[in-house]
Design a protein around this ligand. Structure first.
Ligand code: PEP
Ligand code: CO
Length: 420
């Protein structure tokens, strides 16, 4: 059957909410379909061009932001601190001598979460799991947990405001860059800043309503963000999410977890990037520090052997979650270890280590342990604010950026001595 923005509806769709009132959902979809798009085709093409430079080994991608955006936590300060953090991380890499950095935020659409369990039990009471503010509410009561399609409209509105704020900050950052660069010991001249948006394309009713045909390119584009990705739990080859992503022209991310076999990866690449176009596909490994050395080499080997243009990036967050004293947390040392292993495997397999994908916030939270701030288990309750996964705070994210800068410098020295 041929692709259309709604052809995903003929496929099994994992992790999607069960809306009790399909007519209410239909009304919301109609309103979204009539709303102006959140992004422009020209900007998505600009991101594609930048990612093509990552694919050819000339640039590095930093993707990061909240695990889940929330309606309650929203504010212009929140957007500004995330924006500034991404910019500063980029400046750290550039000060380390790494010229080109692509800034991609997990923002303006990251409102829905796949869950390991469909329900949650507290003190003998079982309710449907919280699936992100675009689906239901986090409070543990029956009414909050019923999926409400009107939340899609609130998510869309917040995404629109976020994008407008990001545009304003990008214009201001042009002026602020000399100061950011000075902070990290660089004297490079200010250049215009491009910051792109991304989210997991989990809620396909929302995605379909914001997908538009562009006459000039004669292609369909998901105008809900610049890049969208497919999660590790929704990447079934014949499933709805892969079907939807296969037909749109945006850059696509694909999470690759420890259960993904090399053959299955190649079949997914055939579906998602049949024309092997640089900048189209970003493979985002998320194995855990303990598994990355086992799982990643054979996956990288097949993509290299088959001459695939797809970028390899690493998400060192989702394979490193653990539970401590009733809190979900992550250790900065595990995160650093997975990033370092990613660089080692890439060097051994002769693949460009193209990027990193982080859950982080510009705010001063206490959700992950360790780092130069030496966050300890006793600190966790102090400012544990995430509704979903634990995020690096600002200092911890800058620690990770410094580690990446060092790894990129080492890699460059290695490449130079190979060439000499
Ligand atoms: C996420 O990125 O928040 C996420 C749920 O990741 P994954 O699909 O890799 O588990
Ligand atoms: Co997460």
């Amino acid at each position: 059957m041929s692709w259309s923005p709604k052809s995903w509806r003929n496929r099994p769709a994992a992790q999607m909410p069960d809306y009790p009132d399909p007519e209410a959902l239909g009304r919301v979809e109609a309103r979204l379909a009539a709303a102006p798009p959140l992004t422009k085709v020209a900007d998505i093409m600009h991101l594609r061009a930048q990612l093509a430079r990552v694919a050819s080994g000339r640039a590095f991608l930093i993707q990061g932001g909240d695990c889940a955006e929330s309606f309650a936590e929203f504010g212009s300060d929140k957007v500004r601190t995330t924006f500034n953090l991404l910019l500063k991380m980029g400046a750290i890499l550039r000060a380390g001598g790494y010229g080109e950095v692509v800034h991609l935020a997990r923002i303006a659409g990251q409102f829905a979460k796949p869950r390991s369990s469909p329900s949650e039990t507290i003190d003998g009471v079982t309710l449907p799991s919280y699936r992100g503010d675009a689906v239901n509410g986090p409070a543990f009561d029956e009414a909050s947990r019923i999926p409400d399609p009107r939340r899609l409209l609130d998510a869309h509105r917040q995404a629109q405001v976020t994008i407008d704020l990001l545009k304003a900050y990008a214009a201001a950052a042009y002026a602020d860059l000399p100061e950011i660069n000075r902070d990290v010991g660089s004297n490079e001249p200010a250049r215009p800043v491009s910051l792109f948006t991304s989210h997991e394309a989990l809620l396909l009713n929302y995605e379909q309503a914001l997908t538009r045909f562009d006459e000039a390119s004669e292609r369909w584009w998901a105008l809900s963000g610049h890049m969208i990705w497919i999660g590790d739990r929704t990447r079934q080859l014949d499933g709805a999410h892969v079907e939807f992503a296969s037909g749109i022209a945006n850059p696509i991310g694909l999470k690759c977890g420890p259960n993904l076999e090399p053959d299955a990866l190649l079949r997914l690449i055939d579906r998602l990037d049949p024309d092997n176009r640089p900048g189209r596909l970003v493979l985002i490994g998320r194995f855990g520090a303990a598994n990355v050395g086992d799982r990643l080499p054979e996956l990288m080997r097949v993509t290299l052997r088959e001459g695939r243009a797809a970028i390899w990036s690493i998400d060192p967050m989702h394979g490193n979650t653990r539970s401590l004293g009733g809190f979900k947390t992550r250790l900065v040392q595990d995160i650093m270890a997975e990033v370092s292993a990613f660089f080692e495997v890439a060097a051994a397999e002769n693949v460009h280590p193209g990027g990193v994908h982080l859950e982080m916030t510009g705010a001063d939270v206490t959700e992950c342990l360790g780092g130069s701030v030496k966050m300890s288990e006793e600190d966790l309750p102090r400012r544990y604010l995430t509704l979903c996964d634990p995020r690096l705070n600002r200092t911890q994210a800058l620690d990770v950026a410094s580690t990446i800068a060092r790894l990129l410098r080492q890699r460059r020295a290695l490449t130079r001595s190979d060439a000499a």
